[in-house]
Design a protein around this ligand. Structure first.
Ligand code: SAM
Length: 234
């Protein structure tokens, strides 16, 4: 299991630093979700981690909402326990423990493993799925290019669009949000590198290579990202 106690803390750090991007993608993501919320909407966040997305929705929804999250990492679920009014369960994105048509909205941020058929099943007929992910360079374009052929689940947005279409979703809206991120120091880049499954067989030599690249020139701390938001409707 990748998402152990150690990674739980790295994820907190990564989410805290996100607001320092040239454009806050989380704000855009949230905006799209919030405008689809109505009174007592039921919302599920899959691969919820420490409940980051659910906390944002709770703080920004204009209406009362019913919030649920699932994650298959015990450590992540423990970290998100105690979020008042949010139902977080240890469960798999491939086997969602809720009835057909239970949710008005499903959200996923930085989640690459899920069953689109399950999302289709648990959404109401007018329900929508909101995915915020990175493209083939996994959010760190210049670093990724140092490791050709070694990126874990390096996928373009088309991959996810096809998954959803194959599961029955008929409307797919995609927003590409090219941004740069200026990191305060080498350590904060390394924290991101280690906060999700990124480089296959990541070794000490790989880490040294990244450090060398970042230290070569101050401008290397500004890294291009390749986020997208995908909204799928039935
Ligand atoms: C990169 S983290 C993102 C966490 C959170 N959404 C965020 O943005 O802070 C990916 C999360 O997906 C969870 N995950 C991975 N595969 C899963 C699966 N099959 N079912 C449920 N959760 C899964 C991991 O445990 C982890 O918490």
């Amino acid at each position: 299991m990748f998402y152990t106690e150690h990674v739980v803390h790295l994820r907190d750090d990564v989410n805290d630093n996100a607001s320092k991007n040239s454009l806050n993608v989380n704000d855009v993501f949230l905006e799209h979700i919030v405008k689809n919320i109505t009174v007592n909407s039921k919302i599920l966040d899959i691969g919820t981690g420490n409940g980051f997305v659910l906390k944002l929705i709770k703080a920004n929804s204009l209406f009362p909402v019913r919030l649920y999250g699932i994650d298959n990492s015990k450590e992540m679920v423990n970290a998100s326990k105690g979020l008042a009014g949010i139902d977080i369960r240890l469960a798999d994105n491939y086997n969602i423990p809720f009835a057909d048509g239970f949710f008005d909205l499903v959200t996923a941020k930085n989640v690459t493993r899920f069953s689109a058929e399950e999302l289709y099943r648990v959404l109401t007929p007018t329900g929508k799925f909101f995915l915020r992910e990175y493209g083939e360079y996994k959010g760190l374009v210049e670093i990724s290019k140092l490791f050709p052929g070694r990126l874990i689940r390096s996928r373009k947005v088309d991959f996810y669009a096809k998954l959803l279409k194959d599961a029955g979703f008929t409307s797919i809206e995609i927003l590409h949000l090219p941004i740069t991120r200026t990191f305060p120091d080498v350590k904060s880049v390394l924290n991101v590198v280690k906060s999700y499954p990124y480089i296959m067989d990541y070794s000490k030599e790989d880490e040294e290579r990244i450090i060398r690249y970042l230290e070569e020139d101050q401008s290397h701390l500004t890294i291009t990202s390749d986020p997208f938001i995908l909204i799928g409707g039935k």
